[in-house]
Structure formats: C-alpha cells, structure tokens
Design a protein around this ligand. Structure first.
Ligand code: HAM
Length: 413
C-alpha cells in the first residue's frame, strides 16, 4: 500500500545515521562554544514578517523570494525564520541582553526555512548552528569569533576547508565605493539579467554572481576603498588571524546575501560537497540592533549549515545496549521486566522481549540489537533464582544467581 502522506519537497525526516551525525555536531558546539563564554538561547521559529524585512533587507533574495510567509487568524503577517540572527537579536533586545555596557555571547541551534530549489546541501528546512557576539566593535571580537568557528570545525576533524574573508566597509566609506562600483558596472556589457537589475538596486551583489565572474576581474576592490577606521579594523582582524595561525584567503568578491553586513565578512567553503560549497558564513553587523529597535550595539556572528557539515562529518560509533533479556514463559517475562527496570535504574541500557516468542526468534532479536550480553530466563532458571548470562563477544556463557547480574554486567562496562 502506498503511503497516504509524503514529506514536503525540500523537507527531511532526520533519523538513523544522519541524526547521529547531527547529534555529534551539536555536542561539539555545546563543548566548544562555552569555552569562549557563549550561552545558548532558543528563540521561536516563527516571527513577525517585518522583523526579517527590516533585519535582512527588502532587496535580498531571502526576503523577496524565499520566506514561508502567511497570515494568522487575525491577519497578521508572520514568517518561518529564514535565518537566526534577526530573531536572536530581537530576543536579546526583548530580554535586555543587548546593552551598550556589556557583551552578550549567544548561540542557537535549530531549523531555518527558505523556499529555494532543493538540491544536494540545499533544503527548504535546514539546520544552522548560529553564534552572535553583541556589544563590541573591536577587531578582537571578530578574530575571536572566527577562531571559535575554526576550532569547532577542527574538532570535527574538518581541515580541508578554506576561510574566505573581506571587508564591506561602513556608512562612511560604502557610498563612495558603491558609486565607483556602479560606474564600473555601467561600462560593462553582457551582464546577466539579474545583474543588470542589481547594478542599480543592489550593486554589491553583482560581485558574487557566478555567471558574470569573468567580466568582474577588474572591478574596484572594497579593501582599496575603505576609510581609515575600516582599513585599520580589517588589518587588525587579519593580523590576529595570522597570530592564531588561522589561514585565510582575502576574497574581494565576497559580499554575502544578507544586507546587514558591515566591515568583516567571511565564509568557510569546502570543495568536497558539490555545488553548494559554503559550510558557514558570517560577519559584522554594527547598526542592526539599533535598526531593530534596540540600543546602538555593534555585533558580529556566523552560522554553519548542519546539512552541509553532515556531508563531511563521520558518524560516531552507534551505542550498543548492555543487555537483552530473553524470557521463555509468562512468569519469566514478568521477572525479566522487573530485572530490566532494576538494571536501567543502575544506568545500564537494555531491551526485553515484550511478548512470548520462540528462543530462536528471540535470539535473532538479540543479534539485531548488538547487545553485549544476552540474559536468558526460563522456568528452570527462575525456580533456582538463577539466570543464564551469554557474553555475545566472547561467545561464552555461564549460569549465575539473579542477585549477581548487575555486578557481572558492570564489571565489563
Ligand atoms: P547564510 O550564509 O545565509 O548566513 O547561511 C549560513 C549557512 O547556512 C550557509 O553557509 C549554509 O551552510 C547554510 N544554508 C543556508 N541556506 C541553506 C539551505 N537552503 N540548505 C542548507 N543549508 C543552508 C546566515 O544565515 C546569517 N544569519 C549568518 C550570520 C549569523 N551572520 C551573522 N550572524
């Protein structure tokens, strides 16, 4: 019979191997990020649409084409979050964490939603590990955040990655640079349709168009047009990365797809995961907290895509149950139920047959479970207060008293 319901295109059921990889990645984030003073925050996945319009930018593809947006029963427009930064900042403003006088270091892990064309490494529901540092405009904050990202990726044994970095200036130097860029673009012919439109509305985005790259080799670079403060900021970030032995590649065409970036922007890419090469992306977004109604607090952050990380990370070895209890009649089943409760209360993991079945079929279940010990309880064993313990690795077995099971199982743990 075919299934009545199927999952939506671009949405996945996470389980088995992939879920084990996700849990490994999450566990590593929970280990590494607190080393840098980050604490977890879990904002909701649904927010007012206007938060993303204001936060990410009306002109971005994410806001124009990719959000899952609908009206609630009262006609209010809301959207499933396409990224976490806007929601984390809204939550930090709401709870008084985004203040001028203090630094807030927050991370969040969870699903994001973008209505894109699904392909390898690109889903409509995908998961991000996201970190935001609010309250410092120092280049040390940028370099420390990037060091945390690289340590996190390194701890997952991901070393064949490239860190690309650029500076997108500030409101002082950006207008002058954009003017120069527009002039350059107006002298070009043969730009793709999207770029012809963007050349007017969002000229920075032309720089990272894959189709037009060959025409952009001589485009003016932002780093040659930064104001003195931005130039010094960028120089210090790069020097600190050098000090920390973090290799990077300056990429003059790295502009990112979200409008809030200022100064430092970066991406970590891999050439091992297909067309969607970005594992992580981020940068500085001074001015965004203010634009969302908070104090004028600077910030810098990144997000890692877990589906893309999962293409590179090996699954941890699956946990084995400590025991599987096979019971041969109804009274033995009851005793097995009680014994299993006792063992689990002592921290051992195990399974018990939940119905009477032949010894052969129960032994098949034992093999399938990969349990370390098989405990066999029949009327004879029960009559003498004993149980058969089969060591599944050593293929040996012995009869012991029921009172000694815990001791024997624990001795080999
Ligand atoms: P982003 O570059 O849009 O940045 O996304 C970050 C990462 O999420 C990407 O590098 C990629 O690994 C993953 N990702 C994005 N879209 C998809 C998708 N459709 N399917 C699978 N993975 C995807 C942001 O979201 C910013 N909020 C990052 C940030 C935080 N900037 C400052 N703070």
């Amino acid at each position: 019979m075919s299934a009545q319901f199927t999952r939506l295109k671009g949405f996945a059921d996470l389980h088995g191997h992939e879920l084990a990889v996700f849990r490994r990645i999450e566990a590593m984030a929970h280990y590494v990020f607190p080393l840098y003073g980050y604490e977890e925050i879990r904002p909701p996945v649904l927010e007012a649409t206007s938060l993303f319009q204001r936060g990410i930018g009306e002109e971005t593809d994410v806001v124009q084409k990719e959000m899952f947006t609908f009206a609630d029963q009262k006609g209010r427009k809301m959207s499933l979050r396409p990224e976490a930064t806007a929601g984390v900042l809204r939550a930090a403003i709401d709870s008084g964490l985004a203040r001028d006088s203090q630094i807030a270091r927050l991370f969040t892990i969870g699903p994001m939603f973008r209505h894109e064309r699904p392909q390898k490494g690109r889903m409509r529901q995908f998961h991000q590990i996201n970190a935001e540092c609010l309250g410092s405009d120092s280049p040390y904050a940028d370099a420390t955040l990037i060091a945390m990202l690289m340590q996190f990726l390194g701890s997952l044994n991901l070393t064949r990655l490239e860190l690309k970095i650029n500076s997108l200036g500030c409101p002082v130097c950006r207008p002058k640079y954009l003017e120069k860029l527009r002039q350059f673009l107006s002298g070009l012919s043969g730009l793709c349709d999207d770029c012809q439109r963007r050349a007017q509305t969002n000229s920075l985005r032309v720089l990272d168009c894959k189709i037009c790259q060959d025409k952009l080799a001589d485009a003016p670079a932002f780093r040659d047009n930064l104001c003195a403060d931005c130039s010094e900021h960028f120089r210090t970030v790069l020097a600190l990365l050098g000090l920390a032995d973090i290799s990077y590649q300056i990429d003059d065409h790295l502009v990112r797809g979200l409008d809030y970036y200022r100064r430092t922007t970066f991406e970590v890419v891999s050439d091992e995961i297909g067309a969607q090469t970005a594992i992580a992306g981020g940068g500085r977004y001074d001015g965004l907290v203010g634009a969302l109604g908070g104090a004028d607090v600077p910030g810098v952050g990144f997000a890692c895509g877990m589906e893309r990380l999962a293409l590179l990370v090996a699954a941890p070895e699956a946990e084995r149950p400590d025991f599987y209890i096979v019971s041969l009649d109804a009274p033995a089943m009851e005793a097995a139920f009680l014994l299993a409760c006792r063992l689990r209360n002592e921290g051992l993991a195990g399974l018990v047959n939940t119905g009477l079945a032949s010894l052969k079929s129960q032994m098949r279940q034992v093999d399938r479970s990969r349990a370390r010990y098989c405990l066999i309880l029949g009327p004879d064993e029960l009559a003498f207060g004993q149980i058969m313990v089969k060591d599944m690795d050593a293929s040996s077995q012995c009869l012991i008293s029921l009172g000694r099971v815990l001791e024997v199982l624990k001795s080999n743990k």
